[in-house]
Unconditional design. Structure first.
Length: 477
């Protein structure tokens, strides 16, 4: 079905091989997992599989590659008939603003009748339990909802092969389970699936083999029998078994109790009034915010950031602050960091709002961005852009820091670096830190408290300690 023999690929603007000496055979009906650090070649491999390289990502190649009856350089339209793709950033594959039109798009291009298209849309939306995503403005969907829609759109042509590039990056654990169930159905139907992922636990009982890439080369092969005992800490990858994740021991910190207070703060989520009668937050704590997609986690962050109107009082360090002062005192790293990049180089981006030049070198080294300081932000990968905006937030010396899904594009190594950096900032500064996350491994490394959100706001607060680990995981599920 898929066959590489001594295959090499190098982008035109790359100084080194992006895929090197790859020999790999994937049989029809197999599900293969590719993991490894950012920049290891996972996405490049998928671009070969779906025909985007060299058509849209031009470069040179040598060796042999076949996928079904196609080879490298064959037309994109032929690839699209047999390969369904879901990208890391779903916005990159949308052609419409209306969700139902987006689902219909591929079948319309190949001349299917309206009745066939509507029937397939009904089938796919029911399979995903996603009828609520039909006839929606795509711009108004949450990050997780956009990812779901992209997956649904990839299935409309009933391709034989699916390539999935970090499709769970913005999904909650409940939605990830749904994605896992869909992948199982595809596999049971004989589809061939190649998945590039950092978060890999949900694939433990699905994949037939796992490959770890490093600098474009296959570094390690894990067969189906070895998967059950695999420990990611030895290979610097995420865990296949979440039971092996441990709560990081928390260091002693100085706290300013009740540094941030919400008194009778109300706002709307999906036309419903949410009221926080009294919520208090202390410096030195990292608060992880969890809950299903669409329950209002990001809206809560936008209220504290001053982006969304609210009623009631927000009190910071003993002072009631208005919307303008919220904007001055809060830095939010958004899910889509493209909205937060303004200059023509990374170094200028970091200096734009920097107040902490003493720690400038420390932060850029901890986040592994020194080698991209002279690059234009628009040329960076999703994970690199994310690390740049995170660095800007940490260097801003704002009193409230909010990170909205900060690990969605990060590998294991950078997830650990980010966890340590956030904890150091919380320890050494008078700052309240919120982290909105669906990433259980990240939460266990970074958080002191978990705030469980439902459609009524904060429903529960839980201390992040070993005895509460199973409860937290259960809530996230």
């Amino acid at each position: 079905m898929i066959d590489f023999k001594s295959f090499n690929y190098k982008y035109d603007n790359s100084e080194q091989m992006n895929i090197e000496d790859l020999t790999l055979n994937i049989q029809k009906g197999e599900c293969i997992l590719i993991t490894g650090n950012s920049g290891c070649g996972k996405t490049s491999l998928l671009r070969i599989l779906n025909g985007l390289a060299p058509h849209y990502y031009s470069g040179g190649f040598s060796g042999e590659f076949r996928i079904a009856n196609l080879g490298i350089g064959d037309s994109i339209s032929e690839f699209s008939k047999i390969v369904g793709s879901v990208f890391q950033n779903p916005k990159n594959q949308f052609f419409h603003l209306d969700s139902t039109s987006e689902l219909a798009f591929s079948m319309e291009n190949f001349g299917f009748t309206p009745q066939e298209i509507l029937s397939k849309i009904k089938f796919i939306s029911q399979k995903f339990n996603a009828e609520n995503l039909l006839d929606r403005n795509i711009l108004e969907l949450s990050g997780g909802e956009k990812q779901k829609l992209a997956f649904m759109a990839s299935m409309m042509l009933d391709a034989d092969i699916y390539v999935l590039d970090e499709i769970t990056s913005n999904l909650d654990l409940k939605s990830i389970k749904l994605i896992a169930d869909i992948i199982k159905v595809l596999k049971d139907n004989g589809k061939t699936i190649v998945i590039a992922e950092h978060r890999i636990y949900y694939l433990r009982d699905i994949v037939d083999r796992m490959y770890i890439l490093k600098e474009g080369k296959l570094l390690h092969h894990v067969d189906k029998y070895q998967l059950k005992d695999f420990d990611g800490t030895h290979c610097h990858t995420r865990q296949l078994d979440l039971k092996k994740v441990v709560i990081k021991e928390k260091e002693q910190k100085n706290y300013k109790k009740d540094y941030l207070i919400l008194e009778n703060v109300s706002y709307k989520v999906n036309n419903k009034d949410i009221v926080h009668k009294r919520e208090t937050f202390s410096t030195g704590n990292v608060y992880a915010i969890i809950g299903e997609n669409g329950c209002g986690k990001t809206t809560f962050a936008n209220v504290i950031s001053g982006f969304v109107k609210h009623k009631g009082n927000i009190i910071l360090d003993g002072q009631v602050i208005n919307k303008n002062n919220l904007l001055k005192n809060c830095f939010q790293v958004m899910q889509d960091v493209n909205y937060q990049l303004f200059t023509n180089s990374v170094v200028n981006e970091l200096k734009l709002g920097c107040k902490d030049f003493d720690n400038f070198d420390y932060v850029i080294d901890k986040l592994n961005i020194r080698n991209i300081l002279d690059r234009h932000p628009n040329t960076l990968s999703g994970g690199e852009k994310q690390r740049v905006v995170i660095a800007s937030a940490i260097l801003s010396e704002k009193k409230i820091l909010i990170f909205d899904e900060p690990t969605s594009g990060l590998d294991y190594k950078n997830m650990i670096y980010l966890s340590n950096l956030i904890r150091n900032v919380s320890k050494e500064n008078d700052v309240v830190i919120f982290v909105i996350t669906h990433d259980y491994e990240f939460l266990c490394n970074v958080a002191d408290s978990v705030l469980m959100f439902d459609t009524n706001g904060i429903s529960e607060s839980i201390e992040v300690i070993e005895k509460n680990k199973n409860k937290i995981l259960s809530l996230m599920n």
